[in-house]
Design a binder for this molecule. Structure first.
Ligand code: BEZ
Length: 213
């Protein structure tokens, strides 16, 4: 198993999920994707994570992003646990959870870190662009639930910077100033960013987020 890196094609797979058989690339279609693993069903942190992901459905849809979860538990376990998530998190799970009992997908994506736990997946996150390249990889330990606002923030940045010659500074959020890519000359910047830009240093130039109305 080769290490997956940013820019690699997200490995394709066929897997059983709580919403039926998933052909991963076909399932993603022209959407962005978030593939994320959790250690185990019927556990407290995971319950809050999947409930939160379900509640963020509209935010993911706005970003043309499909979410897909995974653990090494089986389908019957997923289906029973979904009822608990829906009940305790006051939501309805609205994305598939892969039942990766044979660890095929977990191994493909290196989601089992033996020194953390030899059998269970860690909290991996892969953000995948419509061309199926991996744009973001984050790994959290079992003891730390993910921040789904951060995931949305990163998707906003990835989508912005995919189409504009900008990058997003520390703690950036949608609507805030961005930095102009170092590869862009000042002459080009004048054309690309007609509202202007501030040159704090020759390498640090700020401009309004370009895709705002
Ligand atoms: C949890 O989701 O709460 C959890 C799962 C595995 C290990 C530790 C915590």
């Amino acid at each position: 198993m080769a290490t997956l890196r940013l820019g690699d094609i997200a490995p394709d797979f066929i897997a059983q999920s709580s919403e039926g058989t998933i052909n991963f690339h076909e399932y993603l279609g022209d959407s962005w994707g978030v593939l994320f693993s959790h250690p185990a069903d019927y556990t407290p942190v995971c319950t809050t994570e999947l409930g939160t992901a379900a509640k963020y459905k509209d935010e993911f849809t706005k970003r043309n992003t499909k979410v897909i979860a995974l653990s090494v538990d089986g389908l019957a376990s997923h289906k029973g646990w979904i009822n608990d998530i829906n009940e305790t998190q006051q939501t309805t799970v609205n994305f598939p959870i892969i039942a990766d009992e044979d660890k095929k997908v977990s191994n493909l994506y290196d989601m089992i870190h033996p020194k953390a736990d030899s059998n269970l997946t860690v909290r991996s996150v892969f953000v995948i662009a419509p061309n199926k390249t991996i744009k973001l990889i984050i790994t959290y330990p079992a003891s730390t639930g993910r921040n789904f606002d951060e995931l949305l923030r990163v998707i906003d940045s990835l989508q912005l910077t995919a189409y504009h010659k900008v990058a997003t500074p520390a703690n950036w959020e949608h609507g805030q100033e961005v930095v102009i890519s170092p590869s862009v000359s000042n002459e080009e910047a004048t054309v690309l960013f007609p509202k202007g830009f501030k040159e704090v240093k020759p390498y640090l130039r700020l401009t309004e987020q370009p895709n705002l109305n």
